[in-house]
Design a binder for this molecule. Structure first.
Ligand code: PEP
Ligand code: MN
Length: 446
């Protein structure tokens, strides 16, 4: 294998990259990004890696979730707060049911760049570059907005710092107190039609907290009851941005991509000899790879060995995203191969990207039932292969949007128009995602 450097990816084909017209401007922005402080620190990244090692061994569970794409326009403290609150509630339900720690990782503070199926988009005879996320170009269908602008990487960086600042405050301050989180869970269960069966679990958590309090373990005496950690992650798509935020740790000499704690490579950019895998193989962060049914077991093994040559648990998460119609057919051979070859990975399930459909009225959507079905199949397949179902990867929001159909509120295709806000893929809303957590709790328990 050739020598890795933060820019060794540049010698290889890089798919899904923007075409910048002004190369001099690009260089200036990259230099400015290199001057910025890191968003995350090596010790935090290593802490996540250790926790993921537990998930690989079935001793912890990874909960990764957030927007498909963060946007400049929808940036608000309320949005971040609501996502944080719902992730905490899900984590409490899953921790209690699974009797193991839940590692909370947001798709946030950097999730701006998007791979697209086509380079250009045609509307009414006019052809323009596709929208590639707010860190690349603008969503409006004008030539000016669709031109790739390197300045946007700086704006994404600054929005990420502000997001992280708030997340760190929420995690240390009032929004992580377990008593409060449980009160939100109880009010969700009471206020939600069809969720009565979850009342028992919510009360059990309340009783457990009351018991601990009698024993003297309270929010005042125990920091574990009042604070938490929410790690950050995004798709490492825009390699100029990722390289500019990659720094060498002065004590260990290792290179960390300090744009997020965890990075993943998408289904469209995970070529064995491509630039994205080259970049990811050299950073010390925990990394993920999305895999669909299109990957052959031999190629998966090669990918695993490039990204995790020392076979260290916690380094690599495989994120299966096949769709409810393909998981049972294609996942077993892959999971079996990984098990037979003794490779240490976290198996996580993204039940979103293989289940995207177009509704009759044109909205891109996903059905709650298909999402649940893929998760159930994922748990069943891994257990049959003697592997741990180690995590979930969700596109979700704390807001009450109508983007995915189904769930206890029976969001219908007609309802999609009422509050469809995503710029990219449809997200589960706060109620759907909590209902999903209670259902997953049943799977984890069994
Ligand atoms: C995504 O996570 O938003 C995404 C594009 O996923 P995938 O690479 O699995 O299609
Ligand atoms: Mn998406």
């Amino acid at each position: 294998m050739t020598l890795w450097t933060p820019d060794s990816w540049r010698a290889l084909p890089a798919l899904q990259q923007p075409h910048y017209n002004d190369q001099a401007q690009l260089l200036t922005i990259e230099e400015q990004l290199r001057q910025q402080p890191p968003l995350v620190f090596a010790d935090e990244v290593s802490q996540l890696r250790r926790q993921l090692a537990d998930a690989a061994q079935g001793k912890a569970f990874l909960l990764q979730g957030g927007d498909c794409a963060e946007t400049f326009a929808d940036f608000s403290s309320a949005g971040i707060r609501d996502l944080f609150k719902v992730l905490m509630q899900m984590a409490v339900v899953l921790t209690y049911a699974g009797r193991k720690p839940v590692i909370k990782v947001g798709r946030l503070a950097g999730q701006f760049a998007k791979p697209r199926s086509a380079d250009t988009e045609v509307r009414e005879g006019i052809e323009l570059p596709s929208f590639r996320g707010d860190s690349v170009n603008g969503v409006e269908f004008t030539a000016a907005a669709r031109a790739a602008d390197p300045e946007r990487m700086l704006q994404a960086y600054h929005q990420s710092t502000a997001t992280l600042n708030l997340v760190r405050a929420f995690a240390q301050g009032g929004l992580a107190d377990l008593h409060q989180v449980n009160d939100w869970i109880l009010s969700f269960v009471r206020g939600n039609p069809g969720c009565d069966q979850y009342l028992q679990l919510a009360h059990q958590i309340k009783d457990a907290l009351a018991f601990m309090e009698v024993c003297g373990i309270t929010s005042e005496t125990s920091s574990a009851l009042r604070s938490t950690t929410l790690f950050t992650s995004h798709e490492a798509l825009l390699l100029n941005y990722e390289q500019a935020l990659t720094r060498q740790d002065s004590t260990s000499g290792q290179w960390f991509d300090c744009s997020a704690h965890m990075l993943w490579v998408g289904e469209r950019t995970r070529q064995l000899d491509g630039a994205h895998i080259e970049f990811l193989r050299g950073i010390a962060n925990p990394v993920g790879v999305k895999i669909s049914n299109a990957i052959a077991a031999d190629d998966l093994l090669r990918l695993v060995d490039i990204l995790n040559p020392e076979n260290e648990a916690g380094r690599l998460t495989l994120i299966s995203r096949m769709g409810a119609d393909k998981t049972e057919q294609f996942l077993p051979a892959l999971a079996k191969r990984i098990a037979d070859e003794g490779r240490q990975v976290v198996w996580s399930c993204d039940p979103m990207h293989g289940n995207t459909v177009k509704a009759a009225n044109g909205y891109k959507t996903r059905s709650f039932d298909h999402i649940m079905l893929e998760i159930e199949q994922f748990f069943a397949v891994l257990s049959a292969c003697g592997q741990h179902a180690g995590g979930l990867h969700l596109e979700m929001t704390g807001a009450h949007v109508t983007e995915c159909v189904g769930g206890a509120y029976h969001v219908s295709e007609e309802d999609l128009a009422s509050c469809y806000q995503t710029q990219c893929d449809p997200r589960l809303n706060a109620q759907q995602v909590l209902e999903l957590s209670f259902k997953v709790a049943e799977l984890i328990k069994s």
